[in-house]
Design a protein. Sequence first.
Length: 90
Amino acid sequence: MNNRRRLTGVVISDKMTKTVTVAVKRTYRHPLYQKVIFDVKKYKAHDDLDCKVGDKVRIVESRPISREVHWIVEEVLEQGVRLETNGEGA
């Protein structure tokens, strides 16, 4: 195993070609006030595994692929709920 950073998050957008947006949640305690803080950060990751919205994935740091993409989807940990559509509007 190498020493590249790995993060676990949920895919929130897959509208781009070969790129997904992953939301990574972090929980920590404020150093002075001791209040629990929930922080969500979004990362754009290169996707060769064809992830869908709602999938829980592991992303790994990589060389810059484009201006905003510096992460790669390494593994799909669990698939999200898929809603079947028949091509109609609502």
